[in-house]
Design a protein around this ligand. Structure first.
Ligand SMILES: Nc1ncnc2c1ncn2[C@@H]1O[C@H](COP(=O)(O)OP(=O)(O)OP(=O)(O)O)[C@@H](O)[C@H]1O
Ligand SMILES: Nc1ccn([C@@H]2O[C@H](COP(=O)(O)O)[C@@H](O)[C@H]2O)c(=O)n1
Length: 663
C-alpha cells in the first residue's frame, strides 16, 4: 500500500495483463457479523483485509467472539446470539458504515452497555432513521452527540415485536440491512419490517437476503416494501463460506479496459457477470459507453470498443458506488454524460457529488451538480491536477484513471492511503496492468562520490514519493563479491569472465535485503573491502555494459530514484531531475567512520579517508562512465547540511518541475 502524502501518476497509455481483485467489503463485513452472531464456527475464505474489515474484526473480538486470522482466511467462533462481553464497552468503528449500522442494530436488540463511535466523518453520517426504527422496537439508544448521528450509547431493550417496524429506505439501504441482520436474534415470533419511501440501492439488500439464507434464515418479502423474519429464525453457521471479489473494485479495472486495453483484453479475476453484488451491473453501463466485456464463471475480460467512449444518461440508483467510476469515464466520452438518482452519494465517506464535481473541474471538465445528479462534459483542454481525495477510497481509485488522458498531463493523488478502506493494494494492481512508454516513467538520479550520502538521500526520496529505489553501487559490490568467490582476480585479464558473472547474477532484492543465489549477502557487500572490490570491477568496461540492462529494468511505474556514479550521465540520461551530491572528503570520512562504529565495525578515520579518496580517484579517472556531474545536474554540497535538509532541498527541486494545481 502507498502510505505517502501523495502519489504522482505519470501519463499512462495502455493496459494489459491480469488483475486479481480483493474480497468484497459489503460481503466481508456482513459475513463477519453473521458468523459472529450465529451458532457454530465459520471459516471465511478470501476475506477482504482492509481498514473497514479490521474495525469490524476488532469490534467482534471486543464483544468476546473468537477470531483467528491467517492470510485471507478467518475462523470465527459464533456467539450464538449471546454477547459474551455485554459491557461497558467502547467500540471504535472508523469510517465503516458496514460496521456501524449493523452493529448498532445487533447490539441494540441484544442489549448491554455499549458506546459506538468513529472518525469525525462518521459523526456526520446519518443513522437517525435506523435509531428511530430500533426505538419503535423498544431498544434503548442514546445520542451522545448531534441527534441522529454517532456517537451512540446502547442500553438494555424492552422489546415489542408485535407491531411492524417502519424504517426509511430512501436515505441508505444499510438501515434495512442492519435490521434484517439483527432481528433473527430475537425472532420469537414473526417480525415485520415495513420500508417507508422508495428503497434505494436494492442490490445491497439482495446481498443481505442471500447471505442470511446461507446462515439459515429465509426472509419472506413482498416486493421491496415489506419483509418478514419468520418466528423461530436462528442464525446457523454454514461452516465454510467464500467471499466474492468486490464488484465495485472491479469497476476501476472494467473502466481501465474500456479506456486503455487496446491490443488485448484486460483480465479481471474474482467476479463474473452472475455475481450476487448489484454493482456488477456496472458492466451494462460500461458496455453502453463502448466497453467490450466478456464474462466467465469467475472472471471478466474487458477491452476498448468504441473510442472515444459514448456519453450516456443513466439512472445510477442500482450501482451507487461503482457509478463514481462512470463520472471519470465521462472525461473520455464524445459528449456530456449525466448520472442521475445519486443523492445517496452525499452521505457517503464524503459528499461525493460535491467532491467529484470539484475534482473533475480541476482536470478541465465542465461539470454541473444537482441535489441528486452530476453532469460531466469532457475537458476541451486537459490540465494537470492534484486530486484531493477527502479520505474517500473511491475518489482516489476512480481519479487514477485520469492518468490515461490523451494530453499526457500528470495527475497527483493526494493521500493515496485512503484506498486502504477497501483495496489496500489498488495502486500496485494499477501499476501491474498499466503500460506507458519508458520515457514517461520519471527517474531522479543521485550521483556523487563515496559516502556523500547518496544512498540515504535517494532512499528517503523514494520513500516520500512512493518510487522504486535503485542502489546501483550494490550491483558492483555483488559483482565484486561473486568474482572473489569464483576465485577471479579483479583485473582486465579476467574482464570477460567477470562480465559474464555480472550479466547472469542470480540476485534478488527483498526490501533492504540483498539475496545472491539464495544467500543473504546484505552485510557481506557493505564492508569497506567490498567497496574497494566494487570500485575495481566497476572500472572494467565490459562489466559496466553487462549491468546496464539490469539497472534500466528498475525503471518501473510509478517512478524511480537511482543512486550511483553514472545514473545521470549513462544509465538514465533522459531523467527529469539529476542531482550531483558532494561533501568534503573530511566530512565524508567522518560520516563513514560514525556509520561503521555504530555497526560495531572498528575503523580509523584517516584510513577511511585515504580509502575513499582512492576510490574517488579511480571512479573519476576511469575511461568508461567516470564519476562526474551530468551537464544538466543540480549540484548539492551537503557538507554542512543534515539529512532532512538535503531531502527537503531535492524534494523542492522536484516539486518545481511539477505542474500541479493544488486544491
Ligand atoms: N546530509 C547528511 N548529513 C549527515 N550525515 C549524513 C548525511 N547524508 C548521509 N549521512 C550519513 O553518512 C553516512 C553515509 O551515507 P550513505 O551511505 O548514504 O552514503 P553513500 O554516498 O550512499 O555511500 P556509498 O557511495 O559508499 O554507498 C550514513 O551514515 C548517513 O547516515
Ligand atoms: N553507478 C555506479 C555505482 C557504483 N559504482 C562503483 O561501485 C563502488 C561501490 O559503490 P557504492 O555506491 O556502493 O559505494 C563505487 O566506488 C564505484 O566504483 C560505479 O562505478 N557506478
Amino acid at each position: 500500500m502507498f502510505s505517502t502524502e501523495f502519489l504522482d501518476l505519470p501519463p499512462l497509455q495502455t493496459a494489459a495483463g491480469t488483475v486479481h481483485l480483493p474480497g468484497s467489503k459489503s460481503i466481508s463485513n456482513r459475513v463477519l457479523l453473521l458468523a459472529a452472531l450465529s451458532a457454530g464456527r465459520t471459516t471465511v475464505h478470501d476475506l477482504l483485509d482492509s481498514d473497514d474489515t479490521r474495525v469490524m474484526l476488532d469490534a467482534l473480538r471486543q464483544l468476546g467472539c473468537g477470531v483467528k486470522r491467517s492470510g485471507s482466511t478467518a475462523h470465527i467462533t459464533g456467539l450464538d446470539g449471546r454477547i459474551a462481553a455485554p459491557g461497558p464497552l467502547k467500540l471504535f468503528l472508523g469510517n465503516a458504515g458496514t460496521a456501524m449500522r449493523p452493529l448498532t442494530a445487533a447490539l441494540a436488540v441484544l442489549g448491554g452497555d455499549f458506546e459506538l463511535d468513529g472518525v469525525p466523518r462518521m459523526r456526520e453520517r446519518p443513522i437517525g432513521d435506523l435509531v428511530d426504527a430500533l426505538r419503535q422496537l423498544g431498544c434503548s439508544i442514546e445520542d451522545l452527540g448531534q441527534p441522529g448521528y454517532p456517537p451512540l450509547r446502547i442500553g438494555r431493550p424492552q422489546l415489542r415485536l408485535d407491531a411492524p417496524i417502519r424504517v426509511r429506505g430512501d436515505v441508505s439501504s444499510q438501515f434495512l440491512t442492519a435490521l434484517l441482520l439483527a432481528l433473527p436474534l430475537v425472532a420469537r415470533q414473526d417480525i415485520v419490517i415495513e420500508v417507508v419511501g422508495e428503497l434505494i440501492s436494492k442490490p445491497y439488500v439482495e446481498i443481505t437476503l442471500s447471505l442470511l439464507a446461507r446462515f439459515g434464515v429465509a426472509v419472506r418479502r413482498e416486493g421491496w416494501q415489506r419483509f418478514t423474519l419468520p418466528a423461530g429464525s436462528r442464525l446457523q453457521s454454514p461452516g465454510e463460506i467464500h467471499v466474492e471479489a468486490d464488484a465495485s473494485s472491479a469497476s476501476y479495472f472494467i473502466a481501465l479496459g474500456a479506456i486503455a486495453a487496446t491490443a488485448a483484453p484486460l483480465r479481471i479475476e474474482g467476479v463474473g457477470e452472475s455475481s450476487i453484488q448489484g454493482d456488477i451491473r456496472f458492466i451494462d453501463a460500461a458496455r453502453q459507453m463502448g466497453a467490450e466485456v466478456t464474462s466467465f464463471a469467475n472472471a471478466l475480460e474487458v477491452r476498448r470498443g468504441a473510442w472515444p467512449l459514448k456519453a450516456i444518461d443513466l439512472d445510477c440508483n442500482h450501482i451507487p458506488d461503482a457509478a463514481m467510476t462512470l463520472a471519470v469515464m465521462a472525461l473520455y466520452a464524445d459528449g456530456t454524460t449525466t448520472l442521475r438518482n445519486i443523492a445517496s452519494w452525499r452521505v457517503k465517506e464524503t459528499d461525493r457529488i460535491a467532491a467529484m464535481a470539484i475534482e473533475l473541474r480541476k482536470l478541465g471538465a465542465q461539470v454541473e451538480e444537482g441535489a441528486d445528479f452530476l453532469r460531466v462534459a469532457p475537458p476541451a483542454r486537459w490540465r494537470p491536477a492534484a486530486i484531493h481525495t477527502y479520505d474517500d477510497h473511491r475518489v482516489a481509485m476512480c481519479f487514477s484513471l485520469a492518468a490515461f488522458n490523451p494530453a499526457g498531463v500528470h495527475v497527483r493523488i493526494l493521500d493515496p492511503r485512503c484506498v486502504g478502506k477497501t483495496f489496500p493494494d489498488y495502486f500496485e494492481a494499477l501499476f501491474d496492468t498499466a503500460r506507458t512508454d519508458t520515457p514517461h516513467i520519471p527517474v531522479i538520479c543521485v550521483d556523487g562520490p563515496t559516502a556523500s550520502g547518496k544512498g540515504t538521500l535517494a532512499s528517503q526520496l523514494a520513500q516520500t514519493l512512493g518510487y522504486h529505489y535503485l542502489d546501483s553501487g550494490a550491483l558492483y559490490r555483488i559483482t565484486g563479491l561473486a568474482a572473489r568467490r569464483a576465485g577471479l582476480a579483479l583485473d582486465t585479464a579476467h574482464e570477460q569472465s567477470i562480465a559474464r558473472l555480472a550479466a547472469t547474477l542470480p540476485v534478488r532484492f527483498e526490501g533492504e535485503r540483498v539475496i545472491l543465489g539464495g544467500e543473504d549477502v546484505s552485510e557481506a557487500i557493505r564492508s569497506e573491502a567490498a567497496g574497494m572490490d566494487a570500485s575495481q570491477v566497476s572500472a572494467l568496461p565490459s562489466v559496466r555494459s553487462a549491468l546496464v540492462e539490469l539497472q534500466q529494468s528498475f525503471r518501473r511505474l510509478p517512478g524511480l530514484v537511482a543512486d550511483g556514479r553514472d545514473m545521470g550521465t549513462v544509465i538514465f540520461p533522459d531523467a527529469p531531475l539529476k542531482v550531483f551530491l558532494t561533501a568534503s572528503a573530511a566530512r565524508r570520512a567522518e560520516r563513514r567512520h560514525k556509520q561503521l562504529i555504530s555497526k560495531g565495525i572498528p575503523a580509523k578515520i584517516d584510513v577511511l579517508r585515504a580509502d575513499l579518496e582512492a576510490r574517488d580517484a579511480r571512479d573519476t579517472q576511469r575511461a568508461v562512465a567516470p564519476l562526474k556531474p551530468a551537464q544538466d545536474a543540480l549540484l548539492l554540497d551537503n557538507s554542512d547540511q543534515g539529512i532532512a535538509e538535503s531531502v527537503a532541498q531535492v524534494l523542492g527541486w522536484w516539486e518545481d518541475k511539477q505542474s500541479f494545481r493544488h486544491a
